[in-house]
Design a protein around this ligand. Sequence first.
Ligand SMILES: Nc1ncnc2c1ncn2[C@@H]1O[C@H](COP(=O)(O)OP(=O)(O)OP(=O)(O)O)[C@@H](O)[C@H]1O
Length: 269
Amino acid sequence: MSPLVELVAATKRFPTARGGLHTALRDVTLSVEPGEFVALVGPTGCGKSTTLSLVSGLQPASSGEVRVKGRPVTAIPDGVGYMFQTDAMLPWRNVLGNVAAGPLWRGANRRDARDRARELIARVGLSGFESYYLHQLSGGMRKRVALAQTLMIEPEILLMDEPFSALDVQTRALMQHELLRLWTGSGAAVLFVTHDLEEAIALADRVVVMTASPARVKDVFAIGLPRPRDVEELRVTDGFIAIYKQIWRSLSAEVDIARQEQKEAGRVA
Ligand SMILES: Nc1ncnc2c1ncn2[C@@H]1O[C@H](COP(=O)(O)OP(=O)(O)OP(=O)(O)O)[C@@H](O)[C@H]1O
């Protein structure tokens, strides 16, 4: 059986302002199996979001192959949910209206969409807040709305691009916990981009370390920590600390390279 998500020697080049080409990804080979949680970590600007945009069909690969459910990605594939760092909530709609919006745009029956939205609002812990608007919600509550919006399509694949990075430490831990709770048993595969190595280890089955730009896959680490996981308790266990040190050795070398390159670019500019 083919993996749910598969990149084979995927390369992405972007045109630069000076008329040249910038290689953001080079020969990235990566797969995600059904139900698997994979985290991508790498230095700032290395190409993590670009990897997600190839899988989501938002950007075509310049060369190589990108397949979802065994088929080449040419447009946004069915069954893919996307959650970004920024909120995707419409300020003029309340929580219920926002969560129901996606299926309504796709022509779903109004009552069915709203019933399902209510169900999901309850699942993310926001019962009673259906009529609230964006400005009446905390950062964590907005993330819950975003999760409910994404789950409305019952995604087989969840692409998450630093979804919790704007949150304070406590709310972030709470949302990580909520994500694991909602993901467990859903059967969905997750491809999760983060700057935060602790977050990657706490959540994922595998952590993929990407190189400094252009991004390649440097190392892949299997996270054998047992589930269910308590993301806060886990961080102080010997197993967590041991795998953290191992991955950090790989990642920190790339962070140093990226910093050095930035310094040199600054000197040239
Ligand atoms: N649409 C685009 N057009 C031109 N260049 C782009 C485009 N999207 C990304 N890039 C460039 O590709 C490189 C990788 O960007 P990307 O956003 O994928 O990195 P990242 O690892 O997700 O960054 P961060 O860690 O800061 O979120 C960067 O140099 C970026 O400027």
